[in-house]
Design a protein around this ligand. Structure first.
Ligand code: ATR
Length: 269
């Protein structure tokens, strides 16, 4: 059996096990591959992850709050993971190697390449780092707003883009929420919060914009709802989850991921 897992805390509500299991079924390899969720506290992360590698697991996805620790743990890392400073995908063949598919996941979920777009990224944590890295690399003009302004400046200095003190909502072609605003409180270690805590003017959203909310939960987020009802193209967190999962799947299995089956799995679970 080729065993995979997603490691995080909290992890009970992760849709990754359902998504990857359906992918194995779709390709007829479910008897050879498995994917489970494993809850691990930060202080136990290194030990538990090395134990999985020693036990013969093929690899793992890593999520909040372990993505930086995952990069530090790995003997080798892709350029993407190193530059973003975080890893969400580990492979255990031989040495532990780290990759980051959050950036490719965001780009894959967009309706068109972001080259030349004026983009606003909200947030300056791990999710925002992957978004800024991806959008800058693809040739978008990126502005970064964060509740704690100094972190937006540091991120811009490191990965490109500019820190935005003020936000003019209608002016952006692309808006990415990479804060934890909109998360179910139980899944948001740093706070969750209401749409009003973001600098956006909901009535400034319009039908020539793409709005990505990396947050997903049991129902549509306030931001996704506000954008959809004003005609924007909305890319929700589940769509980005599917694309990052598909890239991880490709890394571990070497097979083309069955994206449509994976999408159905996350939407139904
Ligand atoms: P992740 O790994 O998902 O990016 P994180 O690193 O904890 O999580 O980052 C959370 C982000 O959400 C941060 O940008 C945080 O802003 P601060 O840097 O000021 O803490 C942002 N955030 C969390 N709660 C928020 C709120 N109520 N309003 C605005 N931003 C919020």
């Amino acid at each position: 059996m080729n065993r995979l897992a997603v490691i995080g805390q909290p992890i009970a509500h992760s849709r990754s096990p359902a998504m990857h299991t359906v992918a194995f079924e779709a390709l007829g390899i479910v008897d050879e591959w498995s994917y489970e969720a494993i809850e691990v506290a930060p202080e136990a992360f290194v030990e538990r992850t090395e134990a999985l590698a020693d036990a013969g697991y093929v690899g793992a996805n890593v999520t909040v709050p372990h993505k930086q620790a995952a990069l530090e743990l790995a003997a080798r890392a892709s350029e993407t993971a190193r530059e973003i400073g975080a890893a969400n995908t580990l492979s255990f063949a031989g040495e532990i190697s780290a990759d980051n598919t959050d950036a490719a996941g965001l780009l894959g979920a967009l309706p068109s390449p972001p080259r030349g777009m004026r983009a606003l990224v909200l947030g300056a944590g791990g999710a925002a780092r992957a978004a800024v890295w991806a959008l800058v690399r693809e040739g978008a003009t990126v502005e970064i707003w964060n509740r704690t302004t100094s972190k937006a400046r540091e991120l811009a200095a490191e990965l490109g883009g500019t820190a935005a003190d003020a936000v003019a909502t209608p002016d952006y072609d692309l808006i990415v929420n990479a804060t934890s605003v909109g998360m179910d409180p139980a899944a948001a270690p740093s706070g969750g919060g209401d749409l009003k805590t973001l600098p956006l003017d909901a009535d400034g959203l319009h039908d020539r914009q793409v709005v990505v909310d990396l947050v997903y939960g049991s129902s549509e987020t306030q931001l996704a709802h506000a954008a959809r009802t004003r005609g924007a193209v909305v890319v929700d967190g589940l769509e980005v989850l599917v694309h990052q999962g598909a890239e991880s799947f490709r890394i571990w299995t070497g097979l083309a991921p069955p994206v449509e089956a994976m999408r159905r799995a996350v939407r139904d679970s």
